[in-house]
Design a protein around this ligand. Sequence first.
Ligand code: NAD
Ligand code: UDP
Length: 325
Amino acid sequence: MAIAQRYGEGQRILITGGAGFVPSHLVDALVGRGAHVVAVDNFVTGTESNLAHLADNPLFTFVKADVSDGLPHDPALAGRFDAIMHFASPASPTDFEQLPIEILRVGSVATLHLLERALQDGARFIMASTSEAYGDPLVHPQPESYWGNVNPNGVRSVYDEAKRFSEAATMAYHRSRGLDVGIVRIFNTYGPRMRPDDGRAIPTFIAQALRGEPITVHGTGEQTRSICYVDDLVRGILLLLDSTQTGPINCGTEHEMSMRQLAETIAVLAGSSSPVTYVPRAVDDPEKRRPDLTLARTLLGYEPQVGPEDGLRRTIRYFAERVQN
Ligand code: NAD
Ligand code: UDP
């Protein structure tokens, strides 16, 4: 099974949230293919430095805007897009408490604006969904056919339900208007360009290990996640973009580990003597998470390639140049 490249040279692609961690790597990959990429971001959790290397690249244009207000009048946004990739959204559980309304708006109002634009342009619409759509799953590993176990009004609901709304809206435009869409459910992804203070486990543990501070594991640390290096995720997203699949399709890896194991591994790989300390666990924190990758494998020919040690080493190297002791 090999998906032929459909999006690249000569095409215009809009990526919302382009200054963020995952989307900035997508921007690089598509510019690398020769596509003209327009990134829109309001820097709520992203940074200009993630795109600084593209400042003089004629294939790249940046527009600063909040996509929840609709796309602004800007010459870069005037022409037709061949694909629209909606990746804007704060994504760290610490953001769920600090930016609840912003998260709800970018998952709902912004999604509707961008779906309308995709319809107008005849563009393929790719929506960044999440393993959080499964909530605290009662089925393990999680296949796309599982409907999930989500608290509809808890602290995580602003993110989980916004993404579930985005999925519903995307499918409604597909079913009722014939829009060409693809939904990817992204599982815990990490790598260079995450912020050390982003609050998620991997950047937090790496920054703590490099500073020689205690590594703060929540609860007993027996809860699990399956971690995916960003290059593997980007490969999966591009396969979905090039395919004609609608999804939702899980993307990630089966490298499942407990948070205690993750903390200990990071300490060793960083050559750190930081002790692990146990602090209270967040409300509604999912107990375990691992994608069933059958659909990604059979429909997209996706196979993750970067093992956790290799990916963590690369990420630690990136952080080591930025984190102050
Ligand atoms: P990130 O915070 O680094 O990137 C999100 C970007 O969106 C940031 O640059 C932010 O400034 C921008 N943004 C947010 N709201 C905006 C708005 N209203 N207007 C314009 N820009 C806005 O996070 P990330 O981890 O790179 O996540 C990117 C996408 O992938 C998100 O949609 C997230 O939900 C999804 N996702 C990521 C993971 C993961 O493990 N990294 C897992 C599941 C889903
Ligand atoms: N976690 C932790 N210490 C931290 C940050 C997170 O033990 O400093 C735990 C968190 O409680 C969760 C897991 O690590 O069980 C993954 O959290 P993360 O925020 O990375 O992503 P999530 O999968 O919850 O969206």
